[in-house]
Design a protein around this ligand. Structure first.
Ligand code: 5GP
Length: 125
């Protein structure tokens, strides 16, 4: 079960936050860390994660503090701005739970950009 249940301290993003495995960091502040996705799906593909222990958007929305939620979403916007994506545009995406295919059970937002991104979802499959 990804997205709900007990937080797994061994998940890969928890390990990145603890500095146990490396990442290509693009931004960090009090609330969030942003780094390049290891398997990019677009010319720019960055992940933004909160520093707190949240499994998914459902968990973050339910348990996150006001300052934490505001700080996180401000960081998402700031990362996209710093990456020069505001003028051409970009897409953010968060997977939650099984139907979404969420792989890593630490809440994260994907930022995609650098090319026209096509339709929101694959038409089939
Ligand atoms: P999800 O499917 O959970 O929304 O996305 C997880 C993302 O994490 C995938 O796009 C995957 O490529 C990325 N990812 C998985 N392991 C690592 C890692 O060790 N380092 C980085 N930078 N990205 C990872």
């Amino acid at each position: 079960m990804k997205g709900l249940g007990e937080y797994d301290e061994g998940n890969v993003f928890a390990r990145i936050l603890r500095g146990e495995i490396p990442c290509r960091r693009v931004f960090e502040d009090e609330w969030a860390l942003a780094f390049d996705d290891i398997n990019p799906q677009a010319p720019t593909h960055v992940l933004v994660i909160p520093k707190g222990r949240y499994i998914s958007i459902a968990d973050f929305a339910a348990r996150g503090g006001q300052a934490e939620i505001a700080g996180f979403w401000r960081a998402v916007g700031e990362v996209a701005r710093r990456l020069g994506l505001e003028a051409p545009g970009y897409r953010i995406l968060a997977n939650m739970g099984e139907d979404s295919g969420q792989e890593v059970p630490h809440f994260h937002v994907h930022i995609f950009g650098g090319r026209p991104l096509g339709r929101m979802l694959p038409t089939a499959g």
